[in-house]
Ligand binder design. Structure first.
Ligand code: ZN
Ligand code: ZN
Length: 372
């Protein structure tokens, strides 16, 4: 751990506390996952044993941890107390110790999205007079615009995905199952620098027409279009890219036409994306291209989502979201056209809003690639 890391997490906690003061939130409760990772440097261990970061509006934060996690967690405990509990005692006495003074009061509590309902119910029994809200409103203000350090981690994550893709398209596809290809994607993401793979969609032929196809046993055939959507994490920050390739022979004219429309929609969204414009206007830029080409009903999802320590986070690039883009915001642009029973095309890159405009941090080709 470098010397400046503790101050980074402590600074984030102080910022959270100042937002809590503005929003009149008395307690923030965060369980294992990316929210905890963001605030402490560790995602924690997610299981049925309570591990909970408790940040009061002012004063000293604390983390309730199972005794068996105490040693592993102690190196991250740079600004909060560690209160451990054993399997024989349970966490309740620690909760009472921390929150006892608030038990009879009408407080406002914000709960992280990743906190299991099991623990929320326990908290609700401990603070029966509390009002409950989501911690997302507090954390969004901290996390929606990325720092320079976060941007550089996201750029490296994107570069890893690009390198994995460039090697992937040299491999044979025809005659292999989607699941086998998924294994190759996972292997290449790790080989090129991801610490963990997070998801992989291999949607071949008609399966590509389901945007979130569950990669399965279908054998990839010559002539198939294959949607490849994958990502992993690097120091807690995610990659997420999609390319659609054709197998064994040049694309037919219909595929090429659909592909070019998606690619033009993608480019139009990138041109629109800059500080000062709304999220929904970026969605509209992509959607207009697809709608004017007559494929509007086949673009069945939003244009993009924010990316950071989570694969899907704010800002959402979707109709009805008036949020104004600002420097440091990072999100996907991923239009698609899905023709049921036939094939799908999606192309996805990650965009960063800068002071000057927008930077596309994926560099893999947007031309149609034919694989073997
Ligand atoms: Zn994706
Ligand atoms: Zn995505």
């Amino acid at each position: 751990m470098t010397a400046n890391k503790p101050s980074l997490y402590e600074e984030r906690c102080r910022l959270a506390q100042s937002v809590m003061t503005e929003d009149q939130i008395d307690y923030l409760f965060i369980g294992p996952g990316s929210e905890l990772h963001y605030l402490t440097g560790t995602p924690g261990m997610e299981n049925e044993r309570m591990l909970l970061l408790v940040i009061p509006q002012s004063g000293q934060p604390a983390m309730i941890v199972p005794t068996l996690e105490k040693l592993a967690t102690s190196k991250y405990a740079t600004y909060f107390d560690l209160l451990d509990w054993s399997d024989s005692t349970g966490p309740q006495s620690r909760l009472t110790e921390l929150l006892g003074a608030a038990q009879g009061r009408e407080v406002r509590s914000a709960v992280g999205a990743h906190l299991w309902s099991l623990f929320l119910l326990e908290l609700q029994r401990t603070l029966p007079k509390s009002q409950w809200t989501t911690a997302n409103d507090v954390l969004r203000k901290l996390r929606i615009a990325k720092s320079a350090e976060e941007v550089s981690l996201l750029k490296e994550a994107a570069a890893i995905a690009d390198r994995a893709f460039s090697e992937l398209i040299e491999l044979p596809f025809a005659g292999r199952s989607e699941r086998e290809l998924m294994g190759e994607v996972n292997r290449l993401l790790l080989k090129h620098g991801h610490e963990q793979m997070l998801f992989c969609i291999v949607g071949s032929g008609p399966n590509g027409a389901q945007p979130h196809h569950h990669t399965g046993d279908r054998i990839i055939e010559v002539g198939d279009a294959v949607v490849l959507d994958f990502g992993g994490s690097y120091h807690g920050y995610c990659s997420d890219m999609t390319r659609t390739v054709v197998v064994g022979k040049p694309a037919d004219s219909e595929f090429e036409q659909v592909y070019n429309i998606v690619n033009e929609a993608r480019a139009a969204a990138h041109r629109q994306a800059r500080a000062g414009v709304s999220c929904e206007s970026v969605d509209a830029a992509a959607r207009q291209v697809i709608t004017e080409a007559g494929y509007g009903p086949f673009f069945v999802h939003r244009t993009g989502h924010g990316l950071g320590m989570e694969v899907h986070e704010e800002p959402y690039i979707v109709e009805g979201n008036p949020l104004t883009l600002a420097p440091g915001m990072v999100f996907s642009i991923e239009p698609g056209i899905y023709l049921p029973g036939r094939f799908g095309v999606r192309i996805e890159d990650i965009a960063i809003i800068t002071a000057e405009g927008e930077e596309n941090i994926n560099h893999s080709t947007h031309q149609i690639v034919t694989v073997g």
